[in-house]
Design a protein around this ligand. Structure first.
Ligand code: DON
Length: 304
C-alpha cells in the first residue's frame, strides 16, 4: 500500500482548507494551543511508519487516555468491571449526567466521562499509586519512558471540573464509587493531561491492531478477547453521540479527545493517529475526522 503517497495527498487536500470548528476552551490551558496544528502518523504492522506535519509534537490526549485506563482496569479486575459499567452506546454528549438517574448510577459505557470515572475508581482502589501504574503501563506498551502527565493541564482542568465533580458525587450516591471523590478526580484529571504525539499514540495503539501484542518488543499486553472488546467499544462508543457518524464516514474503531487528537485502528493492519485542535460541535476534531475519512476512502479499506 502506498501509504506515504496517500498521506501526502491528505496533507495537500487539507493543509490550506478553512475547516470549521473551535479549539476547546472549557479547559483554559487547551485554549492556548494554535488552531493550525495538523499532523498524522500511520504505523503499519508490516510496512512500518508513515507521517506528515506536526506528527512528532506532543499534545494533550484527553479522552484518548480512556482507552489506556480501560485496558489497565480490564487487566487487573477482569469481568468484574462489567458489574459497574455497561457496554452500550450512549447517544449522549461525553459529559452527560442524564442516563445515570434512570440507570442506578451505572454508566452506559467506559468512554463517556461517567464510565471513565468508574474505571478511574477501579484503578484508585487497586493500585497504591495509580498515576504511576498508568504511566508504567504506557511506558511498557510504547517502549518510551519519557511519556508523562502535564501538571499544568491537569490543574487547569481541575479548576473548571464542575461536571466531573458532579458525576463522581452523583455516582457515589448510588454506591458506584468506592474512593474519596478527590482521589478519583485527581487520577482522572491526570490521565486526561497525558501529553503524547501522533507517533507515540500510533505506537501505543498498535497493540489493538496486533491482537494485544507490542510490535517491536513482542510483549503480550492484552489477550485477543480483551482487544476484541476494546475495539468493539471504540467502534460503538469512542465518539459519544457521533459514534455512528465516525463509523459511517471512517469505518474503523477509534477514540477522540478534546485536545484535537483521534486514534483509529485497522485490526491486523495498522494504527493511525491524527491531530488538529479545532473541534466540531460534538467535541471531536473536525479535520481529524475528515482526514481519516480520506484515508479509508483512498486506501479502499476499512473494517467494513
Ligand atoms: O472530562 C473532560 O472534560 C476532559 N478531560 C476529557 C474530555 C474529552 O476529551 C472528551 N472527548 N472528546
Amino acid at each position: 500500500m502506498e501509504y506515504q503517497t496517500i498521506l501526502n495527498q491528505i496533507e495537500n487536500e487539507f493543509k490550506d482548507s478553512k475547516v470549521s470548528g473551535k479549539v476547546a476552551s472549557y479547559i483554559p490551558e487547551l485554549a492556548k494551543v494554535p488552531a493550525d496544528k495538523f499532523g498524522m502518523h500511520l504505523y503499519d504492522l508490516n510496512e512500518g511508519h508513515f507521517n506528515f506535519g506536526d506528527s512528532n509534537e506532543r499534545f494533550s490526549i484527553q479522552s484518548i487516555s480512556k482507552v489506556f485506563s480501560l485496558a489497565l482496569a480490564m487487566k487487573v479486575i477482569g469481568d468484574d468491571l462489567w458489574n459497574r459499567v455497561d457496554v452500550e452506546p450512549s447517544g449522549d454528549p461525553f459529559n452527560s449526567l442524564s442516563s445515570l438517574e434512570n440507570e442506578g448510577g451505572i454508566p452506559r459505557n467506559p468512554f463517556i466521562n461517567a464510565g471513565a470515572l468508574v474505571v478511574a475508581d477501579v484503578l484508585v482502589s487497586y493500585f497504591t499509586n495509580p498515576k504511576a501504574a498508568l504511566l508504567t503501563f504506557l511506558h511498557e506498551i510504547t517502549g518510551d519512558p519519557s511519556i508523562c502527565y502535564d501538571e499544568t493541564v491537569a490543574a487547569s482542568e481541575r479548576s473548571e471540573g464542575y461536571r466531573n465533580y458532579a458525576l463522581v458525587n452523583y455516582m457515589k450516591s448510588f454506591g458506584n464509587i468506592e474512593n474519596d471523590v478527590d482521589d478519583v478526580l485527581d487520577f482522572y484529571f491526570h490521565q486526561c493531561s497525558l501529553a503524547m504525539s501522533c507517533k507515540e499514540l500510533a505506537q501505543a495503539f498498535i497493540v489493538f491492531a496486533n491482537e494485544g501484542t507490542t510490535l517491536e518488543s513482542e510483549r503480550e499486553i492484552l489477550s485477543a478477547q480483551q482487544v476484541k472488546r476494546i475495539n468493539a467499544l471504540m467502534q460503538t462508543c469512542g465518539f459519544y453521540d457521533e459514534a455512528g457518524e465516525f463509523s459511517f464516514e471512517v469505518g474503523l474503531p477509534g477514540k477522540s479527545g478534546v485536545g484535537g487528537g483521534i486514534v483509529a485502528v485497522h485490526p491486523d493492519h495498522y494504527s493511525v493517529a491524527v491531530w488538529s485542535p479545532p473541534l466540531n460541535p460534538k467535541g471531536n476534531s473536525a479535520l481529524g475526522m475528515a482526514a481519516l475519512e480520506r484515508l479509508t476512502t483512498l486506501t479502499g479499506y476499512s473494517i467494513f
